[in-house]
Design a protein around this ligand. Sequence first.
Ligand code: GLY
Length: 358
Amino acid sequence: MLVIEDFGYKVIIGHGVLGKLVDALNPGASSVCIVADERVYSIHGQKLISCLPETMRVEKITFPPGEAGKTRQTKEFIEDTMLGAGLDRDTNVLSFGGGVTSDLAGFVAGTYMRGIQWTSVPTSLLAAVDASLGGKTGVDTKYGKNLVGMIHQPRAVLIDVDLLSTLPAGEVENGLAEMVKHAVLADRSYLSSLVRAGPMFTSDPVHSVDLIAESVKIKAIFAAHDIHDHGTRRILNFGHTIGHALELATGYGISHGRAVSIGMCAELWAAVISGLFESADLEYVCQALLNLGLPVSLPKGVSPEEILQAMTMDKKRANGRIFISLPRGMGKPYANMERPVVVVQEDTVLSALEKVAK
Ligand code: GLY
């Protein structure tokens, strides 16, 4: 078991750490309100309940799985169910699930009776290495993803790797892409470790705890001292400007992990063209992504021009210029904290996208 406190609260990682659940709750909690999607709750719910004292008041609120439910309506449903059950300010919200769940549960906790405590138990690799860390919470609107929300830090995050061992491959790749991003930004040797362990490491007890812990520590380097995302945290958007545009251009027909993987390759090309990144390192990263089973080129039928167009809709593009987070060197955390957002000309991004076009 590992305990990381770089975010200012405990992130506990290990096998069977769900057994530590009571220690991760507010000691004065009058009740616990579990927030989970129906799928996760049906698979792991009983295990979670068995870790809570029988004497504790426990409410459970579930909702249908999927990003489509990350809305103000679902938030209202959770809040009204909590109010209807008479839950007070001493309730500890317990987020149990992937990124959609922690975004919703954390946002509910942040505004319920002007803010109550919450604890996060991620059940997806993406939530374990990224979404559950750093307090970003919120919902999607018809105008775009994550446009309404707040920063509300959990009181603890409990990453029980046994919950991750049954994830489908598609879910694993969403987390893997973020782990590769962390390696590029802060630690070259971490990328070799990921490749050595391979994409199925979540089912391999020898590797998963250390590899997940490394990602938690790297995320903290950039996010723990910039929780409101005005400075160094923005470098964590590396791969996501083009990745989000690709998701939009394909009508979300590509997984987040695959889109970010292609986004990282294209953005590294933009960094190489801008003189910020070595081309040999770009090749190393793209080969590592391929070895991990992640794509490095645009899907058939998606053109560089379409991606640029999608960036306009994402408001990252203005007057022929694009605001983008590009690394300044492979595995160089301090260099990558400097000026995390750069302005590049549209032509540079178009040339970069052409490099990853099939
Ligand atoms: N997922 C990036 C961040 O938390 O800033």
